[in-house]
Design a protein around this ligand. Sequence first.
Ligand code: KIV
Length: 277
Amino acid sequence: MSATSPTRPVLPPDILARKGGVPLVVLTAYTTPVARLVDAQCDIALVGDSVGMVLHGMPSTLGVTMEMMILHGRAVVRGLSRAMAVIDMPFGSYEESPQQAYRNAARLMTETGAPSVKLEGGAHMAETIAFLTARGVPVMAHVGLTPQAVNTLGGYKVVGRDAEADRVMADAVAVAAAGAFAVVLEKVPVGLAGRITAQVAIPTIGIGAGVDCDGQVLVVDDILGLFTEFRPKFVKRYGALGQAAAEAIAAYAEDVRARRFPGPEHGFADVLKGPTT
Ligand code: KIV
């Protein structure tokens, strides 16, 4: 956890207060053990709907359900003592109306214990963000590339080049005005992300949006080298755990086939001789 984080659990106003300060550190987490590791170093543990692709082998995030987010959200909240959990609202759980969004956001918060949610979308989601924040649901917004809209966007492309830049700026301004406590900028050109960061009063959290954002987020399995199906340009790998795991599993398989495992130290004596047998 960064030196500027409070010693009590982090809450949305603490994140808002970090605008323009030491960069916010955000990673995804989907399980209790990873949440514990993230808690030790990060300000926010994002229970992203990327869980569908990363842990469940789905082709996109579109099939992720409320039940999946609640299950993984609960697991993550159990592993946190200081970092703040943010739970992604899955596709189809909030777009219909502010009332639908409120019902499902309240479920995510009450059934996981997380103090905030994230939803995708810019100006068209501003009314919903205002509705939620006025009723006690802190919202992290997400503009630029919004993966739940992959079919309308036509792929996971950079969003905000050329004429599109004004729309992305307007989206960020709209979600900030609606009361979001932070906004994720995904796959937005570096210059535009810098201009948005200078323009809005809430922290911008970049993923593929350059160094000028108020914070950075990545998928934890990407930085650990655990998710290797594809590697976006914006990912930096800090470990090769997938490779290490593959080697460990191969060594185990060889040992079993060669009857090198289990050894005598892994077995139990037929007659009890002492407390450790
Ligand atoms: O689902 C997710 O993990 C996300 C982040 C990568 C921003 O939305």
